[in-house]
Design a binder for this molecule. Structure first.
Ligand code: GDP
Ligand code: MN
Length: 304
């Protein structure tokens, strides 16, 4: 056995620019997936960023549902990578199976217990995201795009558009289409409430908490009065408008790979009383990387 030569990567040569297409930068697109949605895959294929520069990474739970999703995902991958048009094919694809049990979800527990479940669920999600990130982030990765499996509609230029702002972390606004019974027409509403700007009320709540307690958005017993990006959307607002954020969601999120390389991950524990993606925003901030959001740039979540 002859040892292969040492591979050298000069991280200074891995550019992270506002025009990744021109610089031919590598994108790592990461998706935790509990269920497979055809809309997600179809939308992925429509992304206009050169697919030969995109590596896909998935993590799926080892449950019956997760097994079904893995089978369907592999079927679609085979179709795209082997028999589909060459321009649709991605650079490489990695599938991970979660080696820990996902938390049991109970809906008929008391409100407090529901919040306790939420903490467990968010911790499990954080671990899934971390496993996915730490096993796939490579020396040539410029950008990491987090995209949930139930985000089924984005502009085809999503990667170029988000990167053009040259922000360390940037989140579009995640909405949901629905049939409005009153208007008797299709309509849309905000979906992701984890993109927010911090408030004094939330800070005061946090001060009274135990070291392991976390703040959650959208609970009556935890009135945070944070400014939610979901409600900053203006129908006639500029799509390029940016706002600084203190908490982010993971539905769609573009991150400069250096932010993750510096050590920003998804805390599966209380970090400044924040967890998972919201804790990630805090950690990025503590590392000197300010997260931003695009209130008028919309992506759409599946409607059950
Ligand atoms: P919500 O939309 O914020 O309520 O969160 P979801 O339940 O949609 O979860 C966010 C993302 O993680 C989606 O892409 C899910 O398919 C995925 N997901 C949910 N639970 C698990 C899990 O236990 N393991 C893994 N690997 N992914 C999961
Ligand atoms: Mn979802």
């Amino acid at each position: 056995y002859k040892a292969p030569p040492v591979a050298h990567y000069n991280l200074n040569n891995v550019t992270i620019t506002s025009n990744p297409l021109e610089a031919r930068e590598n994108i790592l697109l990461l998706t935790p997936m509990a269920r497979f949605y055809q809309g997600y895959w179809d939308n992925l294929l429509k992304l206009s960023y050169p697919h030969e520069l995109i590596t896909l990474g998935f993590i799926l739970p080892k449950t019956k549902e997760g097994n079904m999703a893995t089978t369907e995902l592999q079927r679609q991958i085979a179709k795209t990578q082997k028999s589909g048009p060459e321009k649709d094919r991605f650079k490489s694809i990695i599938i991970l199976r979660q080696d820990f049990e996902p938390p049991i979800q109970s809906q008929d527990e008391a409100e407090r217990h529901k919040m306790q479940n939420q903490k467990k669920r968010r911790a499990a999600m954080a671990k899934a995201r971390n496993s996915l990130l730490f096993t796939t982030l490579g020396p040539a990765t410029s950008w990491v795009l987090w995209l949930d499996a139930d985000v089924i509609e984005t502009p085809p230029t999503l990667i170029q558009d988000l990167a053009s702002h040259d922000k360390p972390v940037i989140a579009p606004n995640c909405f949901q289409r629905f049939y409005n019974e009153e208007k008797k027409a299709m309509d849309e509403r905000p979906y992701d409430f984890n993109n927010w700007q911090d408030s004094e009320a939330a800070q005061d709540l946090a001060k009274k908490m135990g070291p392991d307690d976390i703040l959650l958005e959208g609970y009556r017993e935890l009135p945070t009065y944070r400014a939610l990006m979901a409600y900053m959307h203006k129908p006639d607002g500029l799509r390029a408008e940016t706002v600084p954020l203190d908490g982010v969601g993971g539905a769609a999120l573009l991150v400069k790979a250096d932010v993750h390389r510096d050590g920003a991950m998804f805390p599966p524990f209380s970090f400044y009383h924040l967890i998972e993606t919201e804790g990630f925003a805090k950690m990025a901030k503590r590392l000197g990387w300010q997260p931003f959001g695009l209130p008028n740039y919309k992506v759409y979540h599946y409607n059950e």
